[in-house]
Design a protein around this ligand. Structure first.
Ligand code: SAH
Ligand code: SF4
Length: 353
């Protein structure tokens, strides 16, 4: 028997081509796209403007698969974490972080991660494989299923944003990431605006250059250090894409894009959180004339990590110093910590350290 084609993850053009092979006219692509991505249907039989014969033909040709929910937990602060499993048995975690009347779904792009950042739980789980575009998109589709958010106006959505900050380095799976964002932001389907999608990278320089032109979603850069040596110590990728080169790439991005650059800065006790580090950070941003916004992230410990979180006093002092130098420096408190759902705590293999 022929393997079925997974419809989720095809671009509109690809869908059109497949339908053409089935002898169907181009406008069918739009109808089917709406059923799948606007109404969230998982069964061709529910696509009532298609003939029964066509529905049968489509069911025999395509699948509309979603990852399976293997486990889920809801934190005392309402943060919701799911363990998802794909067709081949590989797993990722997804998190929904609710706020008052909106919230962000944190999705993954890889099973594991090859960057090996010392402070990151995901980084301690080696890279198994990239996710396909369909697997990236379908994570968000599962969240919509759970929260019954298909066919809703933008203002009514609780799942209002996506942050690509789950497992993996998104720019090491660049093509699939871009295809997924194109599908998610398509106005005839899921219709989540690119302004509501933020991609976080550990600093894969070549793609920072392309991302603005080719994608248009928001960018966040994980900096976490105020100088080259320190960054190499905690983020091995810095040896390949060094601190100063990264900042130069951010500066060109800023020149091209306008506005400011969002940096994530993890607060690690005595390692990168002293007044001297704040001064160093300020100086280097001034040197490269970067309009930086620093999201100061409280470190979320995980079993066996070997790092300590900075005290609240330290974090506030650090923030104040950056603000005095003219930079926005909001403090991001941890969410979902009790269920290991916070930044850098995601890990889908239960049996490894
Ligand atoms: N790989 C990408 C995106 C996923 S990580 C990246 O590194 O940017 C999302 C964010 O969580 C990054 O800023 C990452 O540095 C941060 N993070 C990693 N481990 C963490 C931890 N233990 N506590 C808090 N944040 C962490
Ligand atoms: Fe990978 Fe990001 Fe974790 Fe680093 S912080 S290991 S890049 S997921």
């Amino acid at each position: 028997m022929m393997n079925k084609v997974n419809l989720i993850g095809l671009s509109k053009e690809e869908l059109r081509e497949h339908l053409q092979n089935l002898g169907e006219p181009a406008f069918r692509a739009k109808q089917i796209w709406q059923w799948v991505y606007y109404y969230g249907k998982t069964d061709f039989n529910e696509m009532t403007n298609l003939s029964i014969a066509l529905r049968e033909k489509l069911s025999g040709y395509f699948e509309l698969s979603r990852p399976k929910i293997i486990d889920e937990q809801i934190s005392s602060d309402r943060t919701h974490k799911w363990l998802l499993e794909f067709a081949d048995g590989e797993r990722v975690e997804m998190v929904y972080i609710p706020e008052e009347d909106r919230g962000a779904v944190c999705i993954s792009t890889q099973v594991g991660c090859a960057m090996g950042c010392k402070f990151c739980h995901t980084g301690s789980q080696k890279l198994t494989r990239n996710l396909t575009a369909g697997e990236i998109v379908s994570q968000f589709m599962v969240a919509r299923d759970v929260y019954h958010e298909w066919n809703l106006k933008e203002q009514a959505r609780m799942l209002s944003n996506i942050v690509v900050m789950g497992m993996g380095e998104p720019f090491c799976n660049y093509d699939n990431l871009l295809q997924a964002i194109k599908i998610i932001s398509d106005g005839e389907g899921i219709a989540l605006s690119k302004r509501r999608i933020t991609v976080s990278t550990s600093g894969i320089i070549p793609h920072i250059k392309d991302f603005d032109n080719e994608c248009g979603a928001r960018l966040a850069v994980s900096l976490h250090a105020s100088n080259n040596e320190l960054r190499s110590e905690i983020m091995p990728i810095n040896k390949k894409y060094p601190f100063d080169e990264l900042l130069k790439a951010c500066r060109s991005y800023q020149d091209n894009h306008g506005g400011y650059i969002t940096f994530e800065y993890l607060m690690l006790h005595n390692l990168n959180d002293t007044p001297a580090h704040a001064d160093e950070l300020t100086a280097v941003m001034k040197k490269y004339r970067i309009n930086a916004k620093f999201n100061l992230i409280a470190f979320n410990p995980w079993p066996g990590c070997g790092f300590e979180a900075s005290s609240n006093n330290r974090i506030h002092a650090f923030s104040l110093k950056l603000q005095k130098a003219g930079f926005a420096a909001p403090i991001r408190t941890a969410r979902g910590q009790d269920i290991l759902a916070a930044c850098g705590q995601l890990k889908s293999k239960k049996n490894t350290q």
